[in-house]
Every structure is written in structure tokens, then in C-alpha cells.
Design a protein around this ligand. Structure first.
Ligand SMILES: Nc1ncnc2c1ncn2[C@@H]1O[C@H](COP(=O)(O)OP(=O)(O)OP(=O)(O)O)[C@@H](O)[C@H]1O
Ligand SMILES: [Mg+2]
Length: 235
């Protein structure tokens, strides 16, 4: 069974159609990328998957269950977590409080252990756990954003432009983390404007233009596709 599917999903902002007829399949265990230019609708699609936007038509299924109109909370509880564009941290809360916010839907006794796991994955966050999140570097803030999402124990992690605004060496570190999380069993849906980075770090890719999917395929095939090279990989 696919982990996530959408059928014919359309989303509007008032009278403006932002997404039209989106059909996606995310297989468990994969990294699936969504690439597209500024304003193509990538963030709109992620927000629709995480429940922050409701589609005007179409359906979304997660692990076989329809979640099209489920609240964002319900989706977090059922195993979907989003790392938003721009990270969405609370700058005047501590690193640790930001991480704990990711566990807001839980009341079990494992939360502390999961916090320790985040600190094991990102030791710098342990060192800085009492600092305001707003004082961290961009890369460290991205670690907090990813760590916060992990605190809900997601089976599907939605990442919106994790490379944005980061130096190349930091981007490499973030992508190494994404690959590690995937190897440990988390399925990843990755939005990226940097198409080369997305194609090199994913199994399957969808290309979004003006709110519709214009191409999809195995990432390694799209890397050699002349039309993709011309339009997205700088010739
Ligand atoms: N709240 C909103 N109200 C009205 N229109 C919106 C709203 N948010 C986004 N849009 C429009 O919807 C379209 C898709 O925007 P979206 O943010 O999903 O694109 P994106 O692919 O994520 O772009 P970027 O690469 O810049 O993040 C754009 O034309 C945008 O102007
Ligand atoms: Mg966006």
C-alpha cells in the first residue's frame, strides 16, 4: 500500500486557482521530491497535505485512510509532520521549548527519550538547549525545525525548502541528515527550488508548473532528461 496518495486535488485562494488536478503517490521508505519555480504552488501543496489548507476538490489518503478534511492536529497524530518554509521557529523560546512543541499532540512517557534522541542526532542543539532559538545560525535553526518535527514521531516528514538561505556546506549537512532519517525508516516528501539537489537526493520526483504536475519520474531518469536539464538544471 502507498503511504500517501492524492487524487485530482485542486486548491484555490479565493478565486485564484493555485493547484489543479494533482495526482501524487508516495511509496513508503522513499524520498519523493517536488520541484518547481517560485510561485509554482509547492508550499500550497505541502500545506494541503499537512491540513493547513483544504482543497476545493479531490482527495488525500494516508495509509489507506482518507484525510482530505482532517485537521492538522489529527494528521500530526496519525504520523504526518511538516517542517515549514522558513522553519517557523519561536525565536524568543528556547531551543528545548521549540523542540517540545513538536510533541504537543502526545502525552506519553517517551517524550523525554525522544528529546534525547534529537540531541544525539544534533549534539549542538544540546549545547544550545537553553538559548533562544532566534540566536542560532540558519543551519542550527533548520536542525531545530527538523528536530521539532521528529518529536511527533512522523512516518511521513514534509520538508519545505530545507536548503533555503543556507551555505552549501550546511546544505550538505542537512541533506545528509535527510538521507539518514530516510535510511532509518522515515518517508520524506521534499519540496525544493534547487532541482539538482532534489533530484540527486530523492528516489522519485514530481515537477510542478503553475499549479499542475507537468512531469514525474524516477529522479535518476529526470537528471538525464533533456527538457529537465534545459528548464531546471541550467542547460
Ligand atoms: N495566502 C495566499 N493568498 C493568495 N494567493 C496565495 C497565497 N499564498 C500563495 N499564493 C499564490 O499561490 C501561488 C503558489 O504559491 P506557493 O507559495 O504555493 O508557491 P511556491 O512554489 O511554494 O513558491 P516559492 O518557491 O516562492 O516558495 C502563487 O501565485 C502565490 O502568489
Ligand atoms: Mg514555497
Amino acid at each position: 500500500m502507498s503511504l500517501l496518495t492524492t487524487q485530482n486535488l485542486s486548491v484555490m485562494y479565493g478565486k485564484i486557482r493555485a493547484l489543479e488536478g494533482i495526482n501524487l503517490t508516495v511509496e513508503p521508505g522513499q524520498i519523493v521530491a517536488l520541484v518547481g519555480a517560485n510561485g509554482a504552488g509547492k508550499t500550497t501543496l505541502l500545506k494541503t497535505l499537512s491540513g493547513l489548507l483544504t482543497p476545493v476538490s479531490g482527495t488525500i489518503h494516508f495509509e489507506g485512510k482518507e484525510i482530505t478534511t482532517a485537521s492538522a492536529d489529527t494528521r500530526v497524530r496519525s504520523g504526518i509532520a511538516q517542517v515549514p518554509e522558513g522553519r517557523g521557529l519561536f525565536g524568543i523560546l528556547s531551543v528545548e521549548d521549540n523542540l517540545l512543541l513538536g510533541a504537543y499532540t502526545r502525552n506519553d512517557h517517551e517524550i523525554h527519550n525522544d528529546l534525547e534522541s534529537v540531541y544525539t542526532r544534533f549534539p549542538i542543539l544540546h549545547d544550545k538547549r537553553h538559548d533562544y532559538a532566534g540566536t542560532l545560525s540558519g543551519g542550527q535553526q533548520q536542525m531545530v525545525a527538523v528536530g521539532r518535527a521528529l518529536m511527533s514521531r512522523p512516518r511521513l516528514l514534509l520538508l519545505d525548502e530545507p536548503s533555503m538561505g543556507l551555505a552549501p556546506i550546511i546544505v550538505e549537512e542537512i541533506f545528509a541528515t535527510i538521507r539518514e532519517l530516510n535510511n532509518a525508516g522515515t518517508t520524506i516528501f521534499l519540496v525544493e527550488q534547487n532541482a539538482r539537489l532534489a533530484l540527486k537526493n530523492s528516489h522519485y520526483t514530481y515537477v510542478l508548473e503553475n499549479g499542475t504536475i507537468v512531469k514525474e519520474g524516477k529522479s535518476k531518469d529526470l537528471l538525464n532528461d533533456p527538457a529537465i536539464i534545459e528548464a531546471y538544471l541550467g542547460g
